[in-house]
Design a protein around this ligand. Structure first.
Ligand code: TTP
Ligand code: MG
Length: 386
């Protein structure tokens, strides 16, 4: 049996936990500025129709008493690690899939921990006792159904899909709820008048393979209740990125540099917190007309300093020759490696490498101050203020 755990209104619940004045109230975690969108909303706010990715202005209209809080991703990441540690005590097979979600293979845990339902209850209790947050748990014989089960009763749900109930669940499962079905598949499904996963099963596998290729094969398997994906522990992070839609469109270089710096610092902080290095930096620019470009470049040596990421981001920006106004700017790093293993000590360092190391020391010191005082913005570059 596989369990899927998903925290309830994760960012908002953390804010409510830490500030009693927010409890029981409609709360949204969102960025600042006129174009900010809601990252998530508390269940009190959802009653008014407020949801993730909704512009804050719309959310305020729907729920005038909505309390907007800025949020702190580094902190949520920390709490996420605490939750993953708790889960690891239940089974060695834990796969963390996002900041607030994980799969757990609980087969073989019955003798020690009880029935799958009891294991689900214990997981919920343990998370609530240790971190004071609620989650929803879904348990099923295969991965994709465990995820669907955890969404069936939210918040604080515990849903078990027994083997014998699988055909019945699939028959009535709306096709858009199947993990992996996006807008492209939906267009096809609407055209074919397919409404549930059960409908997929009625057509032969050859039909699906011809139409959707590999994904068609998988979809047909899912419709028969088969999901061969195992729970894969220690899924390594492949990339880290940070981006924002700007308050207003810009085209001045100092303005762009400021954005690139802020994102490079965020990405650098996350890299160092996870003890990782990167060997590739990329930037993403979305113009006012919604066209988008990205650029990336490999590094000769793995780094974790925000300054190096920033310098490269600026260079990449200079290769984009456009006079259009910019709406969104993002910085990302990839080709991640374990920071301890990544670099051998060079006997003879180039000047450039020495400077990189010095910047790393500065960044690490700033991180430590931020951590100590509980605010990552305690020490910032002057150019981010002026
Ligand atoms: P979700 O698990 O999708 O949402 P949630 O935990 O807030 O609420 P639910 O009870 O429905 O599970 O996402 C986890 C966190 O990821 C969420 O708290 C905030 C963040 N997030 C965003 O920043 N932007 C988004 O568009 C979404 C969907 C989530
Ligand atoms: Mg969640």
């Amino acid at each position: 049996m596989i369990a899927h755990i998903d925290m309830d209104a994760f960012f908002a619940s953390v804010e409510q936990r830490d500030n009693p004045a927010l409890r029981g109230k409609p709360v949204a975690v969102a960025g600042r500025g006129q174009r900010a969108v809601v990252a998530t909303a508390s269940y009190e706010a959802r009653k008014f129709g407020v949801h993730s990715a909704m512009p804050v202005s719309t959310a305020k209209k729907r729920c005038p008493k909505l309390i907007i809080v800025p949020g702190n991703k580094t902190r949520y990441q920390e709490i996420s690690s605490q939750i993953m540690e708790i889960l690891a005590r239940f089974s060695p097979l834990v796969e963390s899939v996002s900041i607030d979600e994980a799969y757990l293979d609980v087969s073989g845990c019955e003798r020690l921990l009880g029935s799958p339902f009891e294991i689900g209850q214990k997981i919920k209790e343990e998370i609530f006792c240790k971190v004071g947050l609620t989650c929803s748990v879904g348990i099923a014989p295969v991965k994709f159904l465990a995820k669907i089960a955890s969404e069936m009763q939210k918040p604080q749900g515990l849903t078990l899909i027994h083997e014998e109930r699988v055909p019945e669940v699939i028959a009535s499962l709306p096709i858009e709820k199947v993990p992996g079905v996006g807008s492209q598949t939906m267009t096809e499904m609407t055209r074919l008048q397919i409404q549930t996963l059960g409908d997929v099963r009625r057509l032969p596998v050859e039909f699906w393979e011809k139409r959707l290729g590999k994904w068609g094969l998988r979809l047909h398997q899912l419709s028969r209740g088969i999901d061969t994906n195992p729970v894969e522990p220690l899924q390594e992070r492949k990339s880290i990125s940070s981006e924002t839609t700007l308050d207003r469109d810009i085209d001045d270089e100092p303005g762009v540099r400021k954005q690139l710096l802020a994102h490079s610092q965020q990405v650098g902080r996350e890299l160092r917190a996870a003890r990782l290095t990167c060997s590739q930096v990329s930037i993403k620019i979305r113009f006012a007309d919604f066209t988008q470009v990205s650029r990336s470049r490999k590094l000769h040596e793995p780094v974790c300093s925000s300054e190096v990421v920033f310098e490269l981001a600026v260079e990449l920006y200079k290769t984009i020759r456009s006079t259009k106004k910019i709406r969104l700017i993002g910085v990302g790093v990839s080709r991640l490696q374990d920071g301890n293993k990544a670099r051998q000590q060079h006997l003879f360092q180039t000047n450039e490498q020495q400077v990189d190391r010095q910047w790393e020391a500065v960044d690490t010191a700033i991180d430590a101050i931020g951590e100590k005082l509980g605010d990552t913005n305690t020490v910032v570059r002057a150019s981010l203020i002026f």
